[in-house]
Design a protein around this ligand. Structure first.
Ligand SMILES: Nc1nc2c(ncn2[C@@H]2O[C@H](COP(=O)(O)OP(=O)(O)OP(=O)(O)O)[C@@H](O)[C@H]2O)c(=O)[nH]1
Ligand SMILES: [Mg+2]
Length: 296
């Protein structure tokens, strides 16, 4: 989970994995990365358990990492800096949490709610980090080219193409690269080539028509990326309720399913894994959430 400080990453993380990590109204409340396991609710499992009278049910899981907020200059060590960029390198996909809720009591490090500016700030840092990685790679490949390595010439062209795109401010994920370029891209392990899921942390009741959410939606569509709209505060409250009160609470809030279910499902799709298609029951899977405070 990446995003600016104070946008609700830990709030959503806690609800997802059943953690009690510090989510607080000040920037950089998360310093050490929180790691947790979120269950993937799947109604087919419940049926199988019934049929086979299984004593234990183990749903698929998703490891989620909630990292410190990134700020402008992170790639040069600003804020909590570079160490977090290297942690992002290890993950399979990015969940980019974007603040779309207005709340004068919750400080916004950018001075006001502006989803597109916020996304650009975060992505710029990731792209700057990638440019450094690519510059180092380019130097190595150039040496290989000089020594007469013919494959290296193609790689050099690809690396130069990635550099040019990044210099134009273009995100690499979702670009129409050739299979060969894709292979080179994979070798580079770039941050801006990772699959992205945008999460709009929105005001209760806001949908795709909400002006703030709509700007994120338009960007996601342009990129061919997915967007999940959820209400962080509400999900946090919902996830701490006893199972018997949850349905009532959701009905009152006008929700048919938890945003967290849509989130895990979208994350699974993003990773080309295969969760159940029909609406799963989040409540049934809540007991599978696990969280161990970890420092990485
Ligand atoms: N009104 C409102 N407040 C929210 C929502 N989600 C989170 N908050 C509040 O925003 C503040 C920051 O939330 P965190 O979850 O700590 O944010 P974070 O992105 O993890 O922040 P850092 O760890 O500092 O990067 C807390 O006071 C939350 O209660 C929301 O959907 N609506
Ligand atoms: Mg946090």
């Amino acid at each position: 989970m990446i995003g600016l400080p104070n946008v609700g990453k830990t709030t959503v993380f806690n609800a997802l994995v059943g953690a009690g990590a510090v989510a607080a109204n000040y920037p950089f409340s998360t310093v050490e990365t929180n790691v947790g396991i979120a269950p993937m609710p799947d109604p087919r499992l419940n049926k199988l358990v019934d049929i086979f009278r299984s004593k234990k049910m183990t749903p698929s899981t998703l490891e989620v990492r909630d990292i410190a907020g990134l700020v402008e200059g992170a790639s040069k060590g600003e804020g909590l800096g570079n160490q977090f960029l290297s942690q992002i390198r290890e993950v399979d996909a990015l969940m980019h949490i974007v603040r779309c809720f207005q709340d004068p009591d919750v400080v916004h490090v950018g001075g006001g709610v502006n989803p597109l500016r916020d996304i650009e700030t975060i992505e710029t840092e990731l792209m700057l980090a990638d440019l450094e990685t690519l510059d180092r790679r380019k130097q190595r490949v150039e040496k290989k080219v000089k020594s007469g390595d013919t494959k290296a010439a193609k790689e050099l062209a690809a690396v130069q193409k990635f550099i040019d795109l990044l210099n134009k401010g273009e995100w690499l994920g979702g670009q129409p690269f050739s299979p060969e370029e894709h292979a080179f891209l994979n070798e580079c392990q770039l941050l801006s080539a990772k699959p992205v899921l945008f999460i709009a942390n929105a005001a209760e009741g806001a949908g795709e028509g909400d002006p703030l959410v709509r700007t994120v939606k338009e960007l996601a569509v342009k990129r061919g990326a997915r967007l999940v709209i959820l209400y962080g505060q509400l999900e946090a409250e919902l996830s701490t309720l006893p199972a018997e009160d949850r349905a009532e609470f959701m009905k009152e809030a006008g929700l048919t399913e938890s945003g967290l279910v849509r989130l895990t499902r979208a994350a699974y799709d993003l990773l080309h894994l295969r969760p159940g298609r029909s609406i799963p029951t989040w409540s049934a899977a809540l007991s599978e959430r696990r969280y161990t405070p970890t420092t990485i």
